[in-house]
Structures are given as C-alpha cells and as structure tokens.
Design a protein around this ligand. Structure first.
Ligand code: ATR
Length: 271
C-alpha cells in the first residue's frame, strides 16, 4: 500500500491529511496519507528513511519548504525558481524528486473560481512578498500577465522579488499600496493580514474596478475582509481554500495514480 505524508513543524493544523484521505476514499484507492511532525535537525534523516518504509512521496510545509531543496536529488525548474518545494516524489531507488505546485494551485484555483479570468487583460497587483508571493509571481508570469506590481510592508523583500523575476515587476511603497489596484485586472493578497488572529487588511480597495478578479491566499476565514471589500466593489472574488486543494492534485496523482477533482464536495470534506 503506497504511503504519503505531509511533513512540517507544527503539523496538527494541516488540512492535507483530510484532503488526501478524502480523495483516497472517494476514488476507492489503496493508500495512506499521514501527518509527520519533523524538527528541522531531523529533516534530512527522516526524508531518507521514508522510501524504505513504503512512502512514495510527501508534501512539505512550514518551516521545511526552503530547506528541503538541499536534500533533494532532483529539483524542478519551477521549484528552483521559487526557491521552495511543497511536493516530493520518492523514486524506487530512494532518490528524492522535489517540485513546487503552489503556483499551479494558485492558477488552477483562479481559473476555476473565475472562468473568464484573462491573465493578459492587464497588470496584476500583489500585496506581500513572502514565500507564497514568490510562487504567485512565477505563476502569473507563466500565465502571461503583462506587468506585476508588488507592495510589501518591508520594501526590500519586494525589491528582491523584482531582482529575481525581472523586468515585468514594479515595486510600490507600502504607504501607496492602495494606488496599485486602480489599473490592476488581477489582485492578490499574499500577506497574512485578515487571517484569524492576525491584524486586519487596512489598505483601501476603493480604487478597484468591478472587472478585476480578486483573490486571497488566506482561507481562515474563507471570506476575509479583503475579499469582502472587493465583493462590495462588485469584483469576482476567489477564496484561498481552493489554492490549497489544487496544489495537492499533482502529488496525489503521482503517488496514487488517479487525478483527483477539486469541487464543492472536496471543499466540504476539509472544512
Ligand atoms: P508566506 O510564506 O505565507 O508568504 P511569510 O513569508 O511569513 O509567509 O510572509 C508573510 C507576508 O505577510 C509578508 O509579506 C509580510 O510582510 P513583511 O515582509 O513586511 O513581514 C506580510 N505581513 C505580515 N504581517 C503584516 C502586517 N501586520 N502588515 C503588513 N504586512 C504583513
């Protein structure tokens, strides 16, 4: 029976065991998916011990998404570009293959939630420049967005993104972040603002056009103040839960041999 797991520290909050467990059951597949809490100093040894125990792969979450790259034998171009991996495949000979499906999850969620979304319609505006923003930037560039405007409280992190991903990126100061949304056709919150227990998102979205598609990577609560404000402006909004569900699709397919669906039933299964 093929085994897979999500590896993080802490791990109890992860929705991945519910998601993959649900898919295994739904498609009647043999397999298991567990949560493994692994400390940073035990990561390498744990990874190398898993294939012999029947593991065919794993998801990787905070805080291991960056450090896992150094223990992989093969890293995909996009994981290298993003600088982090979230999906591992263990080859029969024990070698570790690392990929990043966060950008795939982000775009698939956007396309599913806003079927008429056209990446080429105009610039994208991104709030935040952390790990999640890197995956979003790579995905938007791949999708053909003509320009990406980024604002982050800590400006040098946004500038680092521009240095890494090039000419299509423009950095706007955090105090002027509200001006970014006026021309944007795609707007993304990648900050933790609006998350349950965190501060609220305070940048004004008054300049948003109703044609703009607005999405948040925060999914607790599902409807963040950011999405609420966008909805009030008449925009199509896409919540963050779908990104998490879609990023799990490529791994599940590789490990268990069936491409799973992300639909309302899937959402209900993890909530
Ligand atoms: P992730 O991997 O989810 O992107 P992260 O790398 O910790 O997590 O990034 C969190 C993002 O939320 C960052 O852009 C962070 O801004 P800083 O780079 O200035 O820290 C942003 N963020 C968190 N709390 C914030 C706050 N109170 N105001 C503005 N931005 C905030």
């Amino acid at each position: 029976i093929p085994r897979a797991a999500v590896i993080g520290n802490p791990i109890s909050h992860s929705l991945s065991p519910k998601l993959h467990g649900y898919w295994l059951k739904r498609y009647g597949l043999e397999g298991s998916y567990e949560a493994l809490q692994v400390a940073e100093d035990a990561l390498e040894a744990t990874l190398h011990s898993l294939p012999a125990k029947g593991f065919v792969g794993a998801n990787v979450t905070i805080p291991h998404k960056v450090s896992v790259l150094q223990f992989a034998d093969q890293v995909t171009d996009r994981a290298t570009l993003i600088g982090a991996a979230n999906t591992l495949i263990f080859k029969a000979d024990g070698r570790i293959f690392a990929d990043n499906t966060d950008g795939y999850g982000f775009i698939s969620n956007l396309r599913q939630g806003a079927p008429s979304w056209d990446p080429k319609a105009g610039p994208a505006a991104i709030f935040g420049a952390g790990g999640a923003a890197r995956a979003v930037v790579v995905a938007l560039i791949d999708a053909g967005v003509p320009e990406i405007v980024i604002s982050n409280r800590t400006r040098p992190k946004a500038e680092a993104l521009r240095d890494d991903f090039g000419a299509r990126i423009r950095v706007v100061d955090w105090v002027q972040a509200d001006t970014m949304v006026e021309d944007a056709m795609t707007v993304v919150n990648t900050t933790s603002l609006g998350m349950k227990g965190a501060s609220d998102f305070k940048v004004s979205l008054d300049g948003l056009r109703k044609e703009t598609v607005v999405t948040d990577i925060v999914y607790n609560p599902l409807k963040t103040p950011f999405l609420e404000a966008a909805e009030k402006r008449g925009c199509t909004t896409v919540d963050g839960l779908g990104m998490l569900l879609h990023q799990g699709v490529p791994g599940f397919e590789r490990w268990f041999g069936h491409r799973p669906e992300v639909d309302e039933e899937t959402r209900q299964a993890v909530l």
